[in-house]
Design a protein around this ligand. Structure first.
Ligand code: ZN
Length: 196
């Protein structure tokens, strides 16, 4: 498999609706480990598979952002948010939009079901930062990024920075650091087909 790296907006994987994982292979376990490593390197607290160019319904979280706090590592495979309560606004950032921050309204408390890396289904109720992080990562699996959730007049303030990301990514494609959008989408479809 290709070397995984965190991709920035507007990489097409970030607009992809990810597909459920059908079995937990040793390769998937390796991928999850790599995702944690990349997340720590970037000093993040959550990372979705889309952000490393993989169209899988999977994300990882460690709210401490500290690799020494391995007991705080959580893997969510095929997550479904089953209950929501309340609304709260707070600031978010994203490893695929470095240095960009904005206020987003989220549910205050959520309950979700997901599979862990042993293939065990679990249910968990979360609030505060955990609820926000999970909703942010869950959005990635739907191809949604946090500025999409911002109120219009606040988001407009970020438009210039978002346009800069667009320019940077197109330049990287021109330099051959990334394939064309069309080729990336073909790769994503292929990866999806490999899920069986
Ligand atoms: Zn993000």
């Amino acid at each position: 498999m290709a070397v995984l790296q965190i991709v920035n907006y507007p990489h097409p994987a970030l607009r992809w609706k990810s597909k459920p994982i059908k079995s937990i292979s040793p390769e998937l376990v390796d991928t999850v480990r790599t995702m944690f490593d990349l997340m720590y390197e970037a000093r993040g607290i959550g990372l979705a598979a889309n952000q490393v160019g993989l169209p899988y319904r999977l994300f990882v979280i460690n709210l401490t952002a500290d690799p020494n706090e391995a007991e705080e590592e959580f893997v969510f495979i095929n997550p479904e948010i089953t209950k929501r309560k309340g609304t709260t606004e707070g600031e978010e950032g994203c490893l695929s939009l470095p240095q960009l921050y904005g206020d987003v309204k989220r549910s205050e408390e959520i309950t979700l079901e997901a599979y862990d890396l042993d293939g065990q289904l679990f249910e968990i109720t979360l609030d505060d930062l955990a609820a926000r992080a999970v909703q942010h990562e869950h959005d990635h699996l739907e191809g949604i990024m946090f500025p999409d959730r911002m109120v219009e007049d606040k988001r407009i303030e970020l438009d210039a920075q978002i346009a800069d990301f667009e320019v940077q990514f197109r330049n990287q494609q021109q330099r051959g650091e990334y394939p064309s959008d069309e080729e990336i989408r073909e790769e994503l479809s292929q990866l999806e087909r490999n899920l069986g």
